[in-house]
Design a protein around this ligand. Structure first.
Ligand code: GLN
Length: 534
């Protein structure tokens, strides 16, 4: 393996253009050529991590195997590349500053005045190189959150400028911009792109490759014009046109030989274009599946925002493809669900997904949905808070503890079926008061979960504070709700199931984080299959 190469992905003109998808697609194409690749994201906000952010602000909080609460773009990286990311793959301005300030307090800077340049920029550069240093990756792709021109982005851009200078051919910058279409004029406009590139140039960065987001095909003439005005060769002006699925983007990039252009610019051999066979088969299968009659899955939760349940939606959609059916995820606002409207709202649903979450808001609607699902025997999947709600609903309506609750929702309940547990303290890798990251779980042979995984020992990611209260375990099991997944170290309950029903499974962990395009998650596959067959 040669020296690690660094690719920086910046964005201009507007946010939400899909830098994460472009970074993932570039990563995918390089990986298909046999290179080891990782992708990291820098977020220019002051929070230490997105763990404390409301999903309405920033979409779902993704969790890495090593227990880091991360930006949802890391989910794209993992789904596209099938890699595992870590804490080093997502860094915020808050973390950069905290680290510098901690060093200052320790006296590491020996009386120096601490400044953005060089101290903050050095810390940014250290975090970029951290992934490359151990020589474990051929390529480190670094996505810079935000838009060029934002005050917050400046230290990152300055760091890229320095790194490009230091690393020469081993670094390049891909800049993603937007080409709007003016319907009245019937024209695509390149001026915002030109301005955005100027903005980058004004901080000393000449982008090497431009990716232009567009809703209409870009002509050769237009690409030529952009190339001329922005100091790049024509081949390095690539279009990113709207696609029917984000998973098509790597192929669209490959058609324009973006990977080849990158390799040439970095003095690497080009060789044969990879087939991407498995990826293409997935897309073919997906195309056929999308033409079938949709199977409707209710997603019961409180955040009416696509990105708030990003990984769950992706995992369901992937599971649909692998079951050769289109999945329609229908968001059901748990705050609006009542015993009176439950049957009407849920009657057409082939499956019900009870989402994760924090706090009291919308919780009663989850019990309503679960009572309906349990009594009507609709395939149901509860994740994290969804699993806890399964246990609470069962305690209230089957075990007869009408005030059963989680300590999170009712500190005074006499039936604390979900609580903070003593056993939790036995677990060493605690992030604050939360159980975060991957933990082992032993499955009961013969259970739905065991059938799905096809093995006894699994490892899944967690993000929660409360646990199933083991004092009630025997009562649950006697009444028909089985604890089919147990943490071998602590004895904590990780999965509950009602075997008498068609498919009624709740997991304390988050399986959605580890479902990837080429390795869909077994529980999602099994759940969607049950929904189809019901
Ligand atoms: N609020 C619950 C807990 O902290 C569940 C968290 C979640 O769904 N991720 O235990």
């Amino acid at each position: 393996m040669g020296e690690t190469k660094y690719i920086f992905v910046t964005g201009g003109v507007a946010s939400s253009l899909g830098k994460g998808i472009i970074s993932s697609s570039i990563g995918k194409l390089l990986q298909a050529r046999g290179y080891s690749v990782t992708i990291q994201k820098f977020d220019p906000y002051i929070n230490i991590d997105p763990g404390t952010l409301n999903p309405y602000e920033h979409g779902e909080c993704y969790v890495t195997v090593d227990g880091h609460e991360a930006d949802l773009d890391l989910g794209h990286y993992e789904r596209f590349l099938g890699i595992e990311t870590t804490k080093a793959n997502n860094i915020t301005t808050g973390r950069i500053y905290k680290s510098v300030i901690d060093k200052e307090r320790r006296g590491d800077y020996l009386g120096k005045t601490i400044q953005i340049i060089p101290h903050i920029t050095d810390e940014i550069k250290r975090n970029v190189k951290l992934l490359g240093n151990k020589n474990q990756f051929d390529f480190v792709i670094t996505e810079i959150g935000g838009t060029v021109g934002d005050i917050e982005s400046l230290p990152y851009l300055e760091s890229i400028r320095q790194l490009k200078w230091e690393l020469g051919k081993n670094a390049l910058c891909v800049h993603l911009t937007y080409v709007p279409y003016l319907a009245a004029a019937g024209e695509l406009k390149t001026k915002p792109t030109q301005h955005s590139v100027k903005e980058l140039q004004s901080v000393g960065i000449q982008p090497d490759i431009l990716v232009l987001r567009t809703e209409h095909e870009l002509s050769a003439g237009l690409r030529k014009k952009v190339a001329l005005f922005c100091n790049v060769d024509e081949k390095s002006v690539v279009q990113s046109i709207d696609a029917s699925t984000i998973y098509e983007v790597p192929l669209l990039m490959q058609q324009q030989e973006l990977d080849e252009t990158i390799l040439k610019k970095m003095d690497l051999p080009v060789g044969k274009t990879p087939e991407l066979g498995a990826w293409r088969s997935f897309l073919d299968r997906r195309e056929k599946a999308e033409e079938t009659e949709p199977v409707k899955i209710a997603l019961v939760g409180k955040y009416d925002l696509q990105d708030a349940y990003k990984s769950i939606r992706e995992a369901l959609s992937q599971a649909g493809t692998y079951n050769d059916r289109k999945v329609d995820v229908i968001f059901v606002d748990s705050e609006k669900l009542t015993d009176e409207n439950a049957a009407e709202t849920l009657k057409d649903m082939a499956g019900i997904m009870i989402g994760p979450g924090f706090g009291q808001r919308g919780i009663e609607g989850k019990f309503v949905a679960l009572k309906y699902a349990r009594t009507q025997d609709v395939p149901t999947f509860g994740i994290c808070l969804g699993m806890q709600c399964m246990a609470i609903e069962f305690a209230r309506n089957v075990l007869g503890y009408s005030d059963a609750n989680s300590r999170e929702m009712d500190a005074k309940t006499t039936h604390n079926v979900i609580d903070i547990m003593e056993e939790q303290k036995a677990i060493t890798n605690m992030g604050g008061t939360m159980r975060l990251g991957a933990y082992e779980c032993t499955l009961t042979p013969g259970s739905k979960s065991y059938e799905a995984y096809g093995k006894e020992l699994i490892k899944e990611r967690h993000r929660h504070r409360y646990e199933f209260n083991n004092e009630y375990k025997d009562k649950y099991e006697a009444a028909g709700m089985k604890c089919t997944g147990i943490n071998p170290e602590s004895g904590l309950v990780e999965i509950v199931e009602i075997p008498a029903l068609k498919w009624f499974v709740g997991t304390q962990f988050h399986p959605e984080y580890s479902s990837t395009v080429l390795n869909p998650h077994p529980l999602f596959l099994s759940f969607v299959k049950a929904a189809i067959n019901q």
